[in-house]
Ligand binder design. Structure first.
Ligand code: HEM
Length: 512
């Protein structure tokens, strides 16, 4: 895709900037190490809970009419209260996930990302990721299989979810490479283990229950498995046994014989699980990493200087002290500027399979900015990496300097009101300029309120290129982004949010 594309940029970052500098993953801190659990109880892991949550959210899919699927309906108390969703794993998971979604990444995308990142980080295969799931506004119909059901019920349940019998065997084995069964939730399947190292009394599906591997299959085939749904004392709930043997153990034997067959089968099945969505939902293409990607690019105006903040990520590159990275920018005057960028650190993703090097637009201070003459402005960026020009095939990386926050924004004496000053480039001629207040509604979905910044009758020029449009708002609480509509139907929203006491600058007291 072509940068900038706010939703794809955000999904790409959340999927690929997992650990290290500029991590855009809300989840990395919860799954490293892989046995991490968000409370002090032992025997469980966040990773296992997240994978089970994604499956139970998706398992309501009904391929007969295209309803249900991975749409975050699992967040509703009504679904969590159903017998098919017994246990506190869903509430625990949603507590972590819900607050991490935003206007570009739905709660359902966050559920998919959490499971995918947990699997990839904890020994699993790389999984193709698509975005743009839509959050349900009401619970789905029930549909999650339960261990006491017979094999015919399970085959039918997976058919409805869109999977054949062999795929059912695969998906259950892939999922049950993690975690286990908890005594509290399934007292008839697992006894109280009275184990101080396993305070939640979880009997695990295999001996390596916090990481992905084919031990779930090797232990099953060798007859040594402790999987409580295979060799449990209560045969009624031995659903994994009935499922695994339903094709004469052909699939499980193939998994036991080959870790790579298991991994590649699971990659495909996990991706299909995550991509099982209501029929109205149109997922994006598989998100691939952008080789050279600017991030957090933002502009503010300080009188006659534009402050250009940002970094660039060089995907899948080792750190190198000899690499030369330069930023070239073009201006409205047709002139160009260029600067050397500074090493800002590295990030990693996909279970450390990929490392990326980052460079800051300010060579000396990675969190600072590059100053550009405001009249010249900036229209697009490109990068010169060891002499090779990176400019999206000649398009450049377009930058928006038509509307931006001005450092003249200030607090009106008395402290109850703030004046947001928006610098408007005269030649940009916006049809409308507004502030955006981003909140969440009662269903935890983003709620964006646009507050128009009135076009001043007699605009004040702050320099030859920019005039100031102002809006007074109560000082309490809120952060605001800037939005604008430009001729030709182009609508823009800034990435950065501003608050009187934070953001790129602190608001001074207004002088008049
Ligand atoms: C017939 C199908 C299935 C049945 C009957 C079943 C049953 C169960 C049961 C009874 C538990 C224990 C939950 C608890 O104690 O809180 C469990 C855990 C789990 N299941 Fe399944 N499952 C099925 C399919 C799947 C699938 C397809 C996946 C994912 C691809 C999956 C992923 C998990 C995970 C990761 C856990 C561990 C949760 C944890 O340790 O916190 N399951 N399953």
């Amino acid at each position: 895709y072509i940068w900038p594309s706010p939703q794809l940029d955000a999904l790409e970052a959340a999927r690929f900037d997992v650990f290290g500098i500029n991590s855009a993953s809300a989840f990395s801190g919860f799954i490293q190490p892989c046995d991490q659990f968000f409370s002090s109880f032992t025997g469980r892991s966040n990773a296992a809970d997240w994978i089970r949550t994604a499956y139970h959210d998706m398992a309501t899919f009904n391929s007969d009419d295209g309803t249900g699927g991975l749409d975050a309906s699992i967040r509703f108390a009504e679904e969590q209260a159903r017998p098919e969703n017994v246990g506190d794993g869903f509430a625990n998971t949603m507590q972590i996930i819900t607050g991490q979604s935003n206007r570009y990444i739905s709660i359902a995308d966050s559920i998919a990302l959490a499971a995918l990142i947990a699997i990839e980080n904890c020994g699993g295969p790389e999984i193709p990721f698509r975005g743009n799931r839509v959050d349900a506004i009401v619970p789905n119909s029930p549909g999650v299989p339960e261990p006491q059901q017979d094999i015919d019920a399970h085959i039918e349940s997976f058919r409805k979810q869109g999977f054949t019998k062999e795929e059912m065997i695969g998906l259950v084995a892939c999922g049950h490479s993690f975690g286990g069964v908890q005594h509290d939730a399934f007292p008839d399947t697992v006894p109280d283990l009275n184990d101080p190292d396993n305070t939640q009394s979880v009997q695990h599906f295999d001996t390596t229950f916090v990481t992905f591997d084919n031990n779930v299959a090797t232990e099953y085939i060798s007859g040594t498995t402790q999987n409580p749904l295979v060799s449990g004392h209560n045969d009624t709930t031995n659903s994994d046994k009935r499922i695994f043997m339903s094709d004469g153990n052909v699939t499980m034997r193939a998994f036991a014989d080959s870790p790579s067959v298991f991994a590649s089968t699971c990659s495909t099945l996990f991706a299909r699980m995550l991509d099982t969505v209501p029929k109205e939902t149109k997922l994006t293409e598989v998100i691939t990493p952008m080789p050279v990607k600017p991030r957090n690019v933002l502009l503010t105006l300080d009188n006659s200087t534009l402050r250009l903040f940002g970094k660039v990520r060089l995907w899948n590159t080792a750190p190198s002290t000899s690499r030369s990275v330069r930023l070239l920018y073009t201006t409205h005057l047709g002139t160009t500027g260029n600067v050397t960028l500074g090493d800002a650190g590295i990030s990693s993703s996909t279970g450390n399979k990929y490392t990326s090097s980052w460079y800051s637009f300010n060579a000396s201070f990675p969190f600072s900015f590059l100053g550009i003459d405001a009249v010249a402005g900036v229209t697009s960026l490109s990068f010169l990496i060891d002499g090779k020009l990176e400019n999206q095939g000649g398009l450049g990386y377009a930058v928006q300097d038509g509307v931006l926050f001005s450092s003249t924004s200030c607090t009106i004496p008395g402290g109850k009101t703030v004046r947001f000053d928006v610098a408007v480039r005269k030649t940009a001629s916006p049809i409308r300029v507004f502030l955006e207040n981003i909140d969440t509604d009662a269903l935890d979905m983003p709620l964006i309120t646009e507050i128009d910044v009135p076009r001043p009758a007699n605009p004040i020029s702050i320099n030859d290129a920019y005039e100031i449009w102002s809006l007074d708002l109560p000082a309490a609480g809120n952060s605001y982004g800037i939005g604008a509509e430009f001729p030709g139907g182009v609508k823009y929203s800034s990435e950065d949010l501003h608050h009187p006491s934070g953001g790129e600058f602190v608001f001074n007291t207004c002088s008049s």
